[in-house]
Design a protein. Structure first.
Length: 133
């Protein structure tokens, strides 16, 4: 079951594992356990992880785009035993760098875990831009 809404950035940083599957040969939830050592907040603050996400031309273009146009689309989170960010790592760091508080999120809930979403509809693009300014 998928749900969409707005999620606070500070919640993501404290409760959602980055789940960087880009280095995995078979990206899947099963290998996510390899990425859950420590707390999510520690992983987001890991200097090597952050530098890897921020040090490329496409990241700088994304920040510029988000500054001018707002969020390009929702981040994707999967809920099982833990919450994992599946898609949107660069957008999370860009939101952090730009001081954005609310992130549009699409969540696949495969468990009974709850997540504090504020209602939002994807067609309300202006809302996203206003939230970020």
């Amino acid at each position: 079951m998928y749900i969409t809404g707005l999620l606070r950035l500070d919640y993501v940083l404290k409760n959602v594992y980055p789940g960087d599957f880009s280095s995995c040969s078979q990206p899947c939830t099963a290998c996510a356990s390899l990425h859950t050592q420590g707390r999510p907040q520690e992983q987001w603050q890991d200097e090597d992880f952050a530098r890897d996400k921020r040090n490329n031309t496409s990241y700088r273009k994304l920040v510029s785009y988000m500054y001018s146009n707002g969020f390009p689309g929702p981040i994707e989170i999967e809920l099982e035993q833990h919450a994992y960010l599946i898609n949107g790592h660069h957008r999370v760091y860009a939101a952090l760098d730009l001081g954005i508080v609310w992130l549009p999120a699409r969540i696949e809930n495969r468990s009974g875990l709850e997540i504090p979403l504020t209602k939002w509809r994807a067609e309300e693009k202006q809302l996203i831009k206003e939230i970020q300014i």
